[in-house]
Write a protein that binds this ligand. Structure first.
Ligand code: FMN
Length: 186
């Protein structure tokens, strides 16, 4: 199974990016988690530019999503919502509306913040956006509050409770792709 991981943070030492790396380590060896690194290159959405030839960063995003079996998005919270860069990329991803690459795609949302609530509002807004795009939003929530305390200086996840929640979320996303996985786990 191929999982595309999208971090909503451009920050070098982003806790959301680290969370996605930790998720990758919880996958069975037969699965791959590819971290998409094109967010910075996506231009501001302009409907006039949403035509052939598609801007290269947008084409890369659309083909990465299309090639994935599932998408895992980790979002920080900016002013109680999702970061503009992430929303912008999803706006590009949502077109053409009827056939957009997210339509029917299993997607799970997780998040980390410096505050105590773990980006819960950003996650809720992101799920709403994904539902509007027609994605199959998996019912999971991993809300990592005070994220700076959950990783060591090498960026490794050191909080067992967070790891357990992350494992549940990854399991639920995989089961969304292959429902038989749930039966095996039960
Ligand atoms: C513009 C901006 C707005 C923020 N707003 C919130 C917020 O509403 N709630 C919150 O918990 N943290 C907020 N933060 C703090 C982020 O949670 C923190 O920077 C977090 O580490 C970002 O995620 P990252 O480590 O993946 O970059 C904000 C940070 C920035 C830069």
């Amino acid at each position: 199974m191929r999982i595309l991981a999208i971090s909503g943070s451009l920050r070098r030492d982003s806790h959301n990016t680290l969370l996605l790396r930790a998720a990758g380590e919880l996958l069975p060896g037969s699965d791959t988690l590819e971290l998409w690194d094109g967010l910075r290159e996506v231009p501001p959405y302009d409907q006039d530019d949403d035509a052939e030839p598609t801007p290269p960063a947008v084409a890369a995003l659309r083909s990465a999503v299309a090639a994935a079996d599932a998408v895992l998005i980790a979002t920080p919270e900016y002013n109680h919502s999702l970061p503009g860069a992430l929303k912008n990329a999803l706006d590009w991803g949502s077109r053409p509306f009827a056939t957009n690459v997210f339509r029917g795609k299993p997607v799970a949302v997780i998040g980390a913040s410096a505050g105590i609530f773990g980006a819960v509002w950003a996650q809720a807004e992101l799920r709403k956006v994904l539902a509007a795009m027609g994605a199959r939003v998996t019912e999971v929530e991993v809300a990592v509050g005070q994220a700076q305390e959950k990783f060591d200086s090498d960026g490794r996840l050191v909080d067992d409770e967070t790891r357990a929640r992350l494992a549940d979320a990854v399991g639920a996303l995989r089961a969304e792709v292959e429902p038989a996985l749930v039966e095996v786990a039960a």
